[in-house]
Design a protein around this ligand. Structure first.
Ligand code: HEM
Ligand SMILES: *[C@@H]1O[C@H](CO)[C@@H](O)[C@H](O)[C@H]1NC(C)=O
Ligand SMILES: *[C@@H]1O[C@H](CO)[C@@H](O)[C@H](O)[C@H]1NC(C)=O
Length: 200
């Protein structure tokens, strides 16, 4: 379990990241308690199943959450496919050929739809999935505030400019995270993500 401290730091910072980037107030951990009491259990079961099939999926889901939150906030915009009016973020440079786990989020959404159609947002499912993925590989848990609305727009250009480029220099990386309310210190801690990947 020597990966535990690293996963702990990353997970706490992912929570911090999500809470910092949300712009809408009034999110609450009990948002679905009355309207879909089984929502969280259903998502957890679905994510655990996916991670037990492929352990790397835990890392992929945490990254998907990060790449969602950095573009228009944690609104599920990364999940939208290309349409005549939507320029999908999926093919933006930081995402194309490297973001994974869309089908896992879709499967969780399908399970949730079976019990409470039209109640739980995809944006919330993705945020909860990142937490459940951390737990599934022996990392810590954290509380996820709920009640995000799904975006009906996406932005490939924002995905290309807001997400950090692998070629960025330190100054650009720091300003990139600062734009999202995250300090250089947060960035260094969050970047421990490579460590979980190599240890998973
Ligand atoms: C500091 C700037 C960052 C840069 C430039 C960066 C870039 C990258 C790149 C190039 C990859 C490899 C993608 C591939 O498979 O081709 C990657 C993977 C990954 N990144 Fe980052 N990243 C950064 C920060 C973060 C942060 C803050 C997180 C999470 C909180 C994160 C989570 C991950 C994870 C979990 C993977 C592995 C995903 C998988 O195996 O499916 N990264 N990152
Ligand atoms: C994705 O892969 C394709 C084919 O392998 C390549 O042509 C394309 O440039 C890649 N896209 C990105 C953004 O790396
Ligand atoms: C994205 O990846 C696909 C499949 O690998 C490739 O065909 C396409 O050209 C890539 N798109 C961009 C914008 O790089």
């Amino acid at each position: 379990m020597d990966s535990f401290p690293t996963i702990a730091v990353i997970s706490i910072l992912v929570l911090f990241l999500a809470n910092n980037i949300q712009t809408e107030a009034q999110l609450s951990p009990t948002f679905y308690d009355a309207t879909c009491p089984q929502a969280l259990d259903t998502i957890r079961t679905s994510i655990r199943r996916a991670v037990s099939r492929e352990r790397r999926m835990a890392a992929s889901l945490i990254r998907l959450h990060f790449h969602d939150c950095f573009v228009q906030g944690c609104d599920g915009s990364i999940l939208l496919d290309e349409t005549p009016t939507i320029q999908s973020e999926k093919t933006a440079r930081p995402n194309n050929n490297s973001t994974r786990g869309f089908e896992v989020i879709e499967a969780a959404k399908r399970e949730v739809e079976k019990i409470c159609p039209g109640v739980v947002s995809c944006a919330d499912i993705l945020s909860v999935a990142a937490r459940d993925a951390s737990v599934a590989v022996g990392g810590p848990t954290w509380q996820v505030k709920l009640g995000r609305r799904d975006s009906i727009t996406a932005s490939r250009s924002a995905a290309e400019s807001n997400l950090p480029s692998p070629f960025a220099n330190l100054r650009d990386l720091i300003s990139n995270f600062k734009n999202k309310g995250l300090s250089a210190r947060d960035m260094v801690a969050l970047s421990g993500e490579d460590t979980i990947t190599s240890r998973i």
